[in-house]
Design a protein around this ligand. Structure first.
Ligand code: GLN
Length: 482
């Protein structure tokens, strides 16, 4: 059964109508809350729906509009937040038992910026525990289901955010992407998902998984909405030491520029020949390239040889950083505490009870990769592979302005299908991980469906701070679908 409504407005349409006084923010919100009421029981996109708080926000926006006050670019737009983003005074769980009862004392910078733009926060969405996973089945609170087919996963780790937009529970949502956690669920749920350049969007208030890879980005119904959300969220933040200086790039003004003369490279290594890569996903990627060619782009085949080692490097670097980042959950400072006679025993009992299997697996992998005897052989080598990938991309970008590949090797798989063997889950990220390792932006644009009727996404990649050209190409791909 599909739960995809066909009468949904985009964020730009909603904000426009609300600001012109044609629709009230309250009316828009109530419509979304009704859909949540009707279908959230099946989908489980949310860890918490903040209905009362959202109504109060929407009413305040309506009052300001009635009083003739200026409102922000997201006036009245219902937005869902991945539950690893800090929200002051509202439980932030990372879908983990270990954060039970913890309420952050501050808002993440993106939350502050969305609120300042007059977005209406509708709730916090489900994720794989600490964003580790590709199906949202690693949540301590049970899986999210794909609104296109409730027997399938929505992808992950931001599966709740992707499903919330696909099901019409929110006009847009926010996720985080460490190895593909925005782009892969966007592809599986048929929505647009963007991972910005590392440092373009502040990570202040994002609960860290792997700090050198994590980035925050939007899920939206179309490319223009993603551009709008990026413009609202990006730009320097002194509270994040990795934040890039300067204002956000303007993207909405790029969308109609077209792709005449643009050089578009198909990544040879990701266009087949990979285990588990379905032919139809590769076909749709070629179709997107053909559409860009018809719009005036020049299509070339480029080689990024080290991308195929991205997965191996990522599964050393990301767990290594996670093992360090997650050491703060010790039963003293946050959430859960399982009492025991000594401090060490309390630490062990808390972490044993509080973390799920995948999180424990990553902590062990990472601790091993960083241990004195193995540091150079594993972590050190992975870092060198990371450098090779960045160099390969640099070379590729002398031949092409943007690159294309599939986003996910396949369409949404069945719940339970890949939980037994972590490797079958990890290979889902083969196309998305290289951009995280390089720090480059990449986004997924829905482009047709597979034989099973489920959405397929095409990935557009660009060099660091190449969001403008990336959005130009993405907009052209989207136009060709009509
Ligand atoms: N699926 C990948 C992992 O499990 C990526 C997760 C993410 O981007 N947060 O690590």
């Amino acid at each position: 059964m599909s739960l995809i409504p066909d009468d949904l407005s985009t964020a730009l349409e909603i904000a426009g109508a609300v600001r012109r006084g044609e629709r009230s923010a309250r009316d828009v919100l109530d419509q979304h809350l009704e859909r949540i009421e009707a279908h959230e029981g099946d989908v489980h996109a949310f860890n918490v729906v903040l209905a009362d708080r959202a109504r109060a926000t929407a009413d305040r926006i309506d009052e300001r509009i009635a009083a003739g006050e200026e409102t922000g670019p997201l006036a009245g737009v219902p937005i869902a937040l991945k539950d690893n983003l800090c929200t002051r005074g509202i439980a932030t769980t990372c879908s983990s038992k270990i954060l039970e009862g913890w309420q952050p004392p501050y808002d993440a910078t993106v939350v502050t910026r969305l609120s300042a733009a007059d977005a209406v926060i509708v709730g916090k969405t489900n994720l794989d525990e600490f964003a580790m996973g590709s199906s949202t089945e690693n949540s301590a609170f049970g899986p999210t289901r794909n609104p296109h087919d409730l027997t399938r996963v929505p992808g992950g780790s931001s599966g709740g955010s992707a499903a919330a937009v696909a099901a019409g529970f929110a006009a847009a949502s926010i996720g985080s992407d460490t190895g593909g956690s925005i782009r892969q669920p966007a592809a599986l749920c048929g929505v647009v998902g963007v991972k910005p350049t590392y440092g373009a969007v502040s990570r202040y208030g994002l609960l860290a998984f792997a700090s050198s890879l994590d980035q925050i980005g939007p899920f939206t119904r179309d490319v223009a909405d993603a551009a709008l959300l990026h413009e609202v969220m990006a730009g320097h933040d002194p509270l994040d030491s990795t934040s890039i200086p300067g204002a956000a790039l303007s993207l909405l003004d790029q969308l109609e520029r077209g792709v005449e003369g643009l050089r578009v490279g198909l990544i040879a290594e990701l266009m087949g020949g990979i285990e588990g890569m379905s032919a139809e996903v590769v076909d749709r990627t070629r179709a997107a390239a053909d559409a860009l060619a018809a719009a005036g782009a020049e299509i070339v085949e480029v080689s990024v040889p080290a991308t195929i080692y991205g997965l191996s490097a990522y599964y050393l670097i990301a767990p290594a950083e996670a093992s360090s980042n997650l050491s703060r959950y010790d039963g003293v400072r946050y959430g859960l505490r399982v009492d025991a006679p000594s401090l060490t025993e309390m630490n062990i009992a808390t972490r044993t009870a509080g973390f799920g299997d995948e999180v424990k697996r990553r902590i062990m992998l990472g601790t091993y990769a960083l241990s004195a005897g193995y540091h150079d052989a594993y972590y050190g080598k992975a870092q060198r592979v990371r450098t090779l990938i960045a160099r390969d991309f640099d070379r590729a970008y002398t031949e092409a302005d943007v690159l294309l590949s599939p986003t996910s090797p396949c369409t949404a798989f069945a719940l339970g299908e890949r939980t037994a063997d972590p490797m079958t889950m990890y290979v889902n990220d083969i196309c998305t991980i290289p951009s995280n390792l390089a720090g480059h932006p990449a986004m997924s644009v829905p482009y047709g469906v597979g034989a099973d009727g489920l959405p397929i996404g095409v990935q557009v990649l660009a060099p660091a701070m190449g969001e403008q050209v990336m959005f130009r190409a993405a907009a052209a791909i989207e136009r060709s679908r009509r």
